[in-house]
Design a protein around this ligand. Sequence first.
Ligand SMILES: *Cc1c(COP(=O)(O)O)cnc(C)c1O
Length: 361
Amino acid sequence: MSRKRNFYAGPSTMPLEVLETLQQEFVDFQGNGLSLIEASHRGEPFESFYFETLEKVRSIMEIPKEYEVFFLGGGATLQFAMIPLNFLPKRGVADYINSGTWSLKAAKDAQKVGNINYYYDGSSSNFAFLPEVDSVTPSAQSEYLYLCSNETTGGLQWQDFPDTKDVPLIADISSDLMSRPIPIERFSLLFAGVQKNIGPSGATLVILKKEMLERQQRELPGYLDYKVHVKNEGLYNTPPVFNIWAVRRVLDWIEKHGGTKGMAQRAEKKSSLLYHAIEASGGFYHCHVNADYRSKMNIVFRLPSEELEKKFLTEAKEANMVGLKGHRSVGGMRASLYNSLPIEDVEELVSLMKEFQRVNG
Ligand SMILES: *Cc1c(COP(=O)(O)O)cnc(C)c1O
């Protein structure tokens, strides 16, 4: 078997040893005589495994006990709606930072529920910048301030986070989940689809500060109400069992490789290899994102022409590399360097880039 060098933005690469463990556990889960996906979520062996998994998330991310942790369905996208439904009252207003595709999608959903204020809009600079962290102060009466920690499409990442004091800070951390330590206490709600960094698509991790529940005053259908999920410890309905299983094995892998600090070192190493290659190309490769805000997860870059970009993609494919085509909304190239992508894959990409430039530059 020859595995691809996988730069897909999501779903995306998983650690090989995790795939192998899942394969090996799949039919008979730890001697229980059945697969975990055949077992009821209301009993053993699932329940212990589930609660241990939540504990592992807490320990890896150092989540204080004032926070609830659970998995939901509906992707990160469902959270775009649940957040305003739960925390944006009809006459209230919430601040949204538009840093690109994903934060804008969230803002547009919130607009259908209540009033929003674009605290910052990066579209005028073609999303090359983010606001200065120290300058971010939510507007008066804001119910919460929303940001996306890493814009998967645009290749921007917050390097540090604002202190919004009494105004709850909410963040979509889908594409840099567990890729670095983050100060949980600064946030009131964090969420992430797991399919970028810690598992297969189908589960969304939610980390919610308990006191947020007091703000939830709306009558909502059960599934849309965070209070219902908290009350049921994330088991209000059938949870995404297989995802939780796979996530758990990735968590084991992350722990073994130094936790979020280890992941941050990997991300630093991989991303700087690639950014250095871009900078050293004398403009042949170009990244439009300002150096202070460049993502360590999703690296976007362009070549001198669309023709060369096409050619580059073809050659990458021949070299066993997949997923390098930029998001259809922005074009160009994008290399996603999620937690489990081997460093060697980036080294191979960099040598392909050098050789391609030598021939075509
Ligand atoms: C992929 C992604 C989403 C969407 O996730 P789904 O699970 O497909 O709903 C949202 N936000 C960010 C930052 C993403 O990268």
